[in-house]
Design a protein around this ligand. Sequence first.
Ligand code: CMP
Length: 137
Amino acid sequence: MEQTLSIIKPDAVAKGVIGKILDRFESNGLKIAATKKMQLSRVDAETFYAIHSERPFFKDLVDFMISGPVVVTVLEGENAVATNRDLMGATNPKEAEAGTIRADFAENIDANAVHGSDSAENAAIEIKFFFAGREIS
Ligand code: CMP
């Protein structure tokens, strides 16, 4: 069993598709081990995305991620990292395969509906950033 972190971003929360996105996970063999809705602070978003701090899109990314509440979720299952990335589709929704979350719910590369960990190592770091051990079951 593997775990990964999902964030339903402010655009998808504002659209009212939290339930539809969580259903994609549960319908495709991923268990919700923990989930919560929260408003990120600027420091939260800057710290979470620190790996991108030198990228030209960093400020827009942080501004977007604090523009409204998000839903952070720990997903668990076999190959959870890869399964979640398949379900999300390409980072740029214009390149995302039909039937993926980003193809169905995202507008553009900034407002791209969901984030998912890109490796099991990063998943462990990202999960620890948002959840205490006792919140995950
Ligand atoms: P996410 O998976 O949350 O990781 C970083 C985010 O930066 C990414 O999704 C996009 O929403 C955003 N972003 C904006 N521009 C780019 C870009 N050129 N390349 C990658 N990510 C980008």
